[in-house]
Design a protein around this ligand. Structure first.
Ligand SMILES: [Zn+2]
Length: 129
């Protein structure tokens, strides 16, 4: 899938969001280093810290199926009402680092803008062992 196709797939994944509290539907698509595709959506909980971001859901799905190297992650919030879209939180950026993500694709709420970043841009000087 190319960048625009990944962004569209992330927007589609957001439709499966469970977000009754924020009404902020987010979807993510993970592309493993060997080209496998995994999707995820945010899953909220009445106890907010228990919630899971879309990126974390997708990455956890991939890793639980044996993936250890991820090439890229696309994320979309279909309820964001600006062109910035929803950038991954710090927790998700660190999770991306753990599995070697190189490219992060972020889309605007309406899909009109698609941006590509390296993980180094989004999480410089990150922690690693
Ligand atoms: Zn997150």
């Amino acid at each position: 899938m190319n960048t625009d196709e990944l962004a569209a797939a992330a927007r589609k994944a957001a439709e499966s969001s469970y977000s009754p509290y924020s009404h902020f539907r987010v979807g993510a698509v993970v592309v493993s280093a060997n080209g496998e595709i995994f999707t995820g959506a945010n899953i909220e909980n009445a106890a907010y810290p228990v919630s899971s971001c879309a990126e974390a859901t997708a990455i956890n799905t991939a890793v639980s199926q044996g993936i250890r190297k991820i090439a890229s992650v696309a994320v979309a919030c279909i309820d964001a009402d600006d062109v910035e879209g929803a950038y991954p939180c710090g927790h998700c950026r660190q999770t991306m680092s753990e599995f070697g993500v190189e490219k992060v694709i972020v889309t605007a709420g309406d899909g009109s803008v698609v941006r590509e970043h390296t993980l180094d841009e989004l999480l410089p000087h990150r922690f690693s062992l």
